[in-house]
Structure formats: structure tokens, C-alpha cells
Design a protein around this ligand. Structure first.
Ligand code: NAD
Length: 456
């Protein structure tokens, strides 16, 4: 099939590459000239394991095109996926300006029947707004005769495992309109997703509003599990329990399961914070505040301070002359995405308290430098106190503490003796609970995790 993907970010690029890999012809459109230029030169704008090889193969085989030419993108296919960003608006609700601009572009150039699929995470009712702007464009061109249908196909991939998630989805949610055009849209989407359903049917067909809601409900549930565990972790610190053992104890119950029960420094990333906030805003607009999710957000906000509280307790609030090693900058392993990464607020606070920071991340250092420059634009002089190093052990030399913020595999089994000997004072603040407190103690390292009975 011919498919156009609007937006070549984490979602659009993976979707385009994977659909091409299955034999479809894919046109990837973006407004960002630099990004398209980089892709056309064989470069990669993001880090996502396995993506570059797929893109290279499919470009070579002529199934994948990158362009900024909107008219050509509309002429290319009858099936259009909108995968542009939906960042938070000033009040926390989802900003639809990119989605609606993408829809407008399609309306401006379409000459025949189109299926427009919202893949971006968008609030309930967005498909109707998309349809309205397309109708407006058609009316301006006096082409109301051209039919189209707007469908919802939210994306559930996880950065860092995006290819696998896309290629082996747990479910494919399709929200379609309950009319003849909706049926036509459904037939096209079923055909596109047929290869994913060979083993068993993964498609869940529903009305558009329920599909839009499903994505928010999924992220809200996952965020709830994280905040729940973070709150219990803080209590575990006070009552003398180890939240890691508690996690294993409850995760073994199949009604609970092990996933998303890790205590840490609070959820971040480009999705959970904005999606939970947007759902809360939608609820408020309907006069039905979501009390559980409001608490989930409050707990998450507070959790971002927990590691810092441990730092203040240990060293006081003036950190001049102190050096902190930081392992992990990306909001999670497997990606270079720095959006809402806990490392940003923690490093900023350390720098503002006068500390020097020596940071390592296997892939996100460049993005992190850009993010920190943005966060510290009012105090750019502080940027001179942060350095990025090539190897994790380069960060810890003569450090007063090691702060672990992302659970990259290569941080999981450090040589504890070498760590102790390299540091000025052997203190590990483990924001991801990667290490065994007993092993750390045996190695002569003072260890503080999250909820592991060592309240600072
Ligand atoms: P992103 O910021 O990485 O990429 C968005 C891209 O869209 C950018 O390259 C931007 O230049 C482009 N764009 C903006 N306006 C455009 C227009 N009018 N025409 C063409 N291109 C345009 O965003 P992302 O992380 O890929 O997220 C996209 C959507 O998918 C969001 O709604 C997000 O919530 C959702 N989502 C993201 C993830 C994730 O893990 N990142 C997972 C599931 C769902």
C-alpha cells in the first residue's frame, strides 16, 4: 500500500520505517528541513535501536522517501497518518496546533478520497476538530465534493524498544466512524495491519472517541503504578522496609504483575507527564476532576525532590567545592530523549547549589547539553560547571557522590572496588535502585536508594 506519515519524530519515523519494512511504499513528511536533510543524507535524528538499519535498507530498496513537500505527500497516498507532536499547552491541555496544521495541509491539497488517521496522542474529540479543518479547507477550494474519513489509531510503542513494539504490538486500536466512509477507512487499515494479525487477532475496533480515550487511559494507569510505588517507597524508607523486596513480593501476584512497579525519581519522558496532565484538564473541563490522577501528578512532582533531599541531608544546601558524578541522562534507557528527564531538574539543582557535575550517558549527552543550556538560559555561567565524559568511570574520579539516574545496562554491575577507590567519598545515590544495599555496604560504599531503608 502507499502510505504517508506526517511527522518524522520518534513515532512517525518508526511507523514509517516499519511499514516500509513490511513492503509498503512510505512517504515521510516533515516541516523540519534540517531533519529531512539529515535523513536524506543517511543520518539519524534520533537514537532508537535497530531503526537506522531498517531505514537504510528501505531507502535503498526505494520504499521509503523523506520530504518536506506537502503537496507531493498528499498526492502520494490515500492513507495519511498524523504523527506530529502534541506538547502541553500553557494550561497543561494538549496543544493541537501541529495536528490541525497537518490536517489543514491535507485538506489544502487532496483531490480524492483520503483516510486521515490520528496516530498522535490527542484528547477525546480531536478527530472531529481534524475533520472540521479539513472541511474548511475543502470549502475554501469549493471542493466539498471530496470525501474523507478521520480515524484514530493511537500508538503504544516505547522509546528504546520501539521497533519491537511496533512490529509485535500487544494490540492495535482502531477507532473509526460509524458510517460508510468509516467502513472504507477500516478496510484500508485492516489491510495495512494484516501482517500483524497472522498469529492471532490483535486489532480492537471501536468508535473514535473510545480509541482516543484508550491511549490516555493506558498512560494514566502506568503513571499511577509508578506514583503508587514511589509513595510506598518513601514510607518504606521511614518504616525500615526495602521497596525492592516489597515489589518482588507483590509482583508475583498475577493480578498485580511485575511491570511498572519500580520506585525511582518520578516518571518523565515525552508522554506520561503531558498525557496525565492533559487527561486531568479534559476531566476538569467536564466538571469531573480525576482525584486519583491529580494525586498521581502531585506524588510525581514531589518525587523529583526525593533524591535531592538525600543530597541536602548529606552535604547541606551549599555544594561549592563538591563534585557529583551522574550516570544516566536520558529519561530512560535505550533512547536519547531528554524531554522531562529527571536528570534535568536534578543537575540544574546541583549546579545552582554550587556543585560541579561530571555526567555520562551512552547516547544522550548531546541532547542533554542542549536541554541543560535551555534550562539554564538565565544562568548560562553555570554550564561551565558541567562536563560530559566518555566513560562512566571518568565521571566518578574524585567525586563526592555518584548519582544514578537512568538504568542503562552498562551501569548495572560496576566494579565496586574500583568505584570506591576512585571516589573522594564513596557515596552512591541510586535513583533507579540498581544495586544491592548489602553488596554496596560490603564494598565500603555508603548507599542510598529510593525506599530502601536509608532515609536521608
Ligand atoms: P516528536 O516531537 O519526536 O516529532 C514530531 C515531528 O512532527 C517533528 O519532527 C516535527 O518537525 C514534525 N511536525 C510538526 N508539525 C508538522 C507538520 N505540520 N507537518 C509535518 N511534520 C510536522 O514527537 P513524537 O515523540 O514522535 O510524538 C508524536 C506523537 O505521538 C505525540 O502526540 C506523542 O504524544 C505520541 N506518542 C509518542 C510516543 C513516544 O514514545 N515518543 C509514544 C506513543 C505516542
Amino acid at each position: 500500500m502507499n502510505v504517508t506519515i506526517v511527522g518524522t519524530g520518534y513515532v512517525g519515523l518508526v511507523t514509517g520505517a516499519c511499514l516500509a519494512e513490511l513492503g509498503n511504499n512510505v512517504f515521510c513528511l516533515d516541516v523540519d528541513q534540517a531533519k529531512i536533510g539529515l535523513l536524506n543524507a543517511g543520518g539519524m535524528p534520533i537514537h532508537e535501536p535497530g531503526l537506522q538499519e531498517i531505514i537504510q535498507r528501505n531507502v535503498e530498496e526505494g520504499r521509503l522517501t523523506f520530504s518536506t513537500d506537502a503537496a507531493a505527500s498528499v498526492a502520494f497516498a490515500d492513507l495519511h497518518f498524523i504523527a506530529v507532536g502534541t506538547p502541553p499547552d500553557e494550561d497543561g491541555s494538549a496543544d493541537l496546533k501541529y495536528v490541525l496544521a497537518a490536517a489543514r495541509q491535507i485538506g489544502r491539497h487532496m483531490e480524492g478520497f483520503k483516510v486521515i488517521v490520528d496516530k498522535s496522542t490527542v484528547p477525546v474529540g480531536t478527530a472531529e476538530k481534524v475533520a472540521a479543518v479539513v472541511r474548511e479547507e475543502l470549502a475554501q477550494r469549493r471542493r466539498d465534493d471530496i470525501a474523507f474519513s478521520v480515524a484514530s489509531n493511537p500508538e503504544f510503542l516505547k522509546e528504546g524498544a520501539a521497533i519491537d513494539d511496533f512490529m509485535r504490538p500487544d494490540r492495535i486500536v482502531l477507532g473509526v466512524e460509524d458510517d460508510e466512509r468509516g467502513e472504507r477507512a477500516l478496510a484500508m487499515l485492516r489491510e495495512l495491519y494484516r501482517p500483524f494479525n497472522r498469529n492471532h487477532e490483535r486489532t480492537r475496533v471501536m468508535d473514535v472517541r473510545s480509541a482516543e480515550f484508550t491511549k490516555y487511559a493506558a498512560n494514566a494507569m502506568l503513571a499511577t503504578r509508578i506514583s503508587f510505588m514511589n509513595e510506598l517507597a518513601n514510607l518504606a524508607d521511614r518504616v525500615g522496609a526495602d521497596i525492592e523486596l516489597v515489589r518482588q513480593g507483590i509482583g508475583s501476584d498475577p493480578r498485580i504483575g511485575y511491570s511498572f512497579l519500580y520506585a525511582g525519581t518520578g516518571y518523565g519522558g515525552s508522554c506520561f507527564p503531558k498525557d496525565v496532565d492533559a487527561l486531568c484538564r479534559t476531566a476538569q473541563e467536564h466538571g469531573l476532576p480525576l482525584q486519583v490522577l491529580d494525586a498521581v501528578q502531585r506524588v510525581n512532582h514531589a518525587q523529583k525532590q526525593v533524591l535531592l533531599e538525600k543530597v541536602w541531608h548529606q552535604f547541606g544546601k551549599r555544594l561549592a567545592g563538591r563534585t557529583f558524578a551522574v550516570w544516566g541522562l536520558a529519561f530512560k534507557p535505550g533512547t536519547d530523549d531528554m524531554r522531562e528527564a529527571p536528570s534535568r531538574s536534578i543537575i540544574r539543582a546541583l549546579l545552582q547549589a554550587g556543585a560541579r557535575v561530571r555526567a555520562h550517558d551512552p547516547v544522550a549527552q548531546e541532547q542533554a547539553a542542549r536541554a541543560l543550556a535551555l534550562d539554564l538560559q538565565d544562568q548560562p555561567q553555570l554550564l561551565a560547571n558541567v562536563t560530559f565524559v566518555a566513560k562512566p568511570m571518568d565521571a566518578v574520579a574524585d567525586a563526592d557522590a555518584l548519582v544514578v539516574l537512568t538504568e542503562w545496562k552498562n551501569y548495572k554491575s560496576p566494579n565496586l572496588r574500583a568505584l570506591r577507590e576512585a571516589m573522594r567519598s564513596p557515596l552512591v545515590l541510586d535513583g533507579r535502585n540498581l544495586y544491592e544495599p548489602h553488596a554496596m555496604a560490603a564494598a565500603g560504599i555508603t548507599y542510598m536508594g529510593i525506599g530502601r531503608s536509608n532515609l536521608a
